[in-house]
Design a protein around this ligand. Structure first.
Ligand SMILES: CN(C)C[C@H]1CC[C@H](N2C(=O)N(C)Cc3cnc4ccc(-c5cc(Cl)c(O)c(Cl)c5)nc4c32)CC1
Length: 333
């Protein structure tokens, strides 16, 4: 098998295919030095065709974004024919399937998930990115039922910052903001808020606020902004949704108001923790273990790791840190 993917031999032990998305195949694998599970997204350059830029966009974004509710990128391998992205493994799959399996979520469970989604989106906006394809299919569940945001292929980092407008119409139609589908200039942050409104509705209803087989009809419904409010939503949830699914982007709730919104904070005495739990400073124990393993001095090890080349060393450092955060021994095999 490893002859098919020679670049992985000795570094990762490949297992079964766990999913495929468009132009990518995702396989389960074990990182040889730590024994930790990873997901490897494998893309064939020829098959990518004009989607090649999306891969570069996704890689660049994920190398910059390091957050507890964003799927972690550990390593990138590029060959003449392929891209490999070594990613954080999320065994419970897509949030989409979880909602379908439960028909719809109770308010308390929806709130826990939505706080994690808002935390991830606040973090990427703070770092100058708009995701532009927020939907339950792009939110995965890890083994602790925590959400991890994926698929940054359509994200944008507007030149000059988030106050600058975008024009490309992209993302999934049912989650797309009215200004985005009208071909108008739009702000990525405002479009993401709309998509999160559709997401919250889908979490609590199990179906979409705007839906139609005919794309032109769907667009008309989105621009009209009218949707059904089932009685189980309750007053406060309906008000929040109305403020997120506001067709005028200038009157739509913004991310800072969203973080403070009473609905998000019901039963919580701490606001949404949107900053990253990953520290800027290197973890001593991980550096020590790496230095011993590679027979180098600590200082030399630190300077090599901080180059963040997203090579096998970067992956090994992050996976050692993962082991430490899960209370497992910080040891290389
Ligand atoms: C339909 N989608 C657009 C793609 C689908 C591919 C399989 C994937 N998956 C699954 O479907 N399991 C059932 C298992 C699974 C486990 N861990 C994963 C870890 C990362 C990813 C992942 C996939 C893609 Cl295409 C990415 O761009 C990124 Cl950043 C991350 N997918 C995983 C994954 C879920 C999404």
């Amino acid at each position: 098998m490893s002859s098919t993917y020679p670049e992985l031999k000795g570094f990762y032990h490949l297992r079964e295919t766990i999913g495929s998305g468009g132009f990518a195949k995702v396989k389960l694998a074990y990182h040889a030095l730590t024994g930790e599970k990873v997901a490897i997204k494998i893309m064939d350059k020829k098959a990518l065709g004009e989607d090649l830029p999306r891969v570069k966009t996704e890689i660049a974004a994920m190398q910059e974004l390091c957050h507890q509710h964003i799927c972690k990128l550990y390593q990138v391998i590029e060959t003449d024919d392929r891209f490999y992205m070594i990613l954080e493994y999320c065994p419970e799959g897509e949030l989409f399937d979880y909602i379908v399996s439960k028909d719809r979520l109770e308010e308390e469970e929806a709130r826990i998930f939505f706080r994690q989604i808002v935390a991830a989106v606040a973090y990427i906006h703070k770092n100058g990115y708009a995701h532009r394809d927020l939907k339950p299919e792009n939110l995965l569940l890890d083994e602790d039922q925590n959400l991890k945001l994926i698929d940054f292929g359509l994200c944008a980092k507007p030149k000059g910052g988030m106050d600058n407008h975008l024009t490309t119409c992209c993302g999934s139609p049912a989650y797309a903001a009215p200004e985005l589908i009208s071909g108008l200039e739009y702000l990525g942050s405002e479009a993401d808020i709309w998509s999160m409104g559709v997401l919250l509705y889908a979490l609590m209803c199990g179906y979409l606020p705007f839906d139609d087989e005919k794309l032109s009809q769907l667009y008309r419904k989105i621009k009209n902004g009218k949707y059904e409010v089932p009685e189980w939503l309750g007053q406060e949830t309906s008000e929040l949704l109305a403020h997120m699914l506001q067709t005028d982007p200038k009157r739509r709730i913004n991310i800072l108001e969203l973080i403070e919104h009473p609905w998000l904070n019901h039963g919580f005495n701490v606001p949404v923790e949107w900053s990253s739990k990953y520290k800027r400073t290197l973890d001593e124990d991980c550096i020590t273990e790496l230095a011993v393993h590679y027979g180098k001095g600590r200082t030399q090890m630190e300077s090599v790791v901080t180059k963040w080349k997203y090579d096998y060393l970067t992956a090994t450092y992050f996976l050692l840190l993962e082991k430490k955060m899960k209370g497992r021994p910080v040891r290389l095999l």
